[in-house]
Design a protein around this ligand. Sequence first.
Ligand SMILES: [Ca+2]
Ligand SMILES: [Ca+2]
Ligand SMILES: [Ca+2]
Length: 123
Amino acid sequence: MKKTSKTGFASFLLFMAISCTKENLNSPSNLAAPSQLPTLSLNPNVTYQTSPSVDSLYYTVYRDVDGDTWGNGSVSRTIPSSQPPPPGSVTRKGDCNDNNNAIHPGAPEVVNGVDDNCDGDTK
Ligand SMILES: [Ca+2]
Ligand SMILES: [Ca+2]
Ligand SMILES: [Ca+2]
């Protein structure tokens, strides 16, 4: 039964090796304190990609002067994803008159000669 004892010794060595490795991994000195770990805040409205790209690191905001939550598409800024939109800016564009909060996409069209809902038509 020499073979069995050799196998037993090999198993013992393997067990010791695994035990030592596990001890090292579980040693508290090798673990970062929770406060040292980076925190991630994910925006549920954003689709994240698994590999980093410029698109996932930054997003575009548009200036909203009149506060109707629709931005002026011709005045934009690129913001790091980790930061919220700056005051006076929004993430959607399409306001054809950013000085009047009654004029924006989806607003009721009034027969007044003005494009109230930004669809390019005045009626
Ligand atoms: Ca606006
Ligand atoms: Ca507006
Ligand atoms: Ca219109």
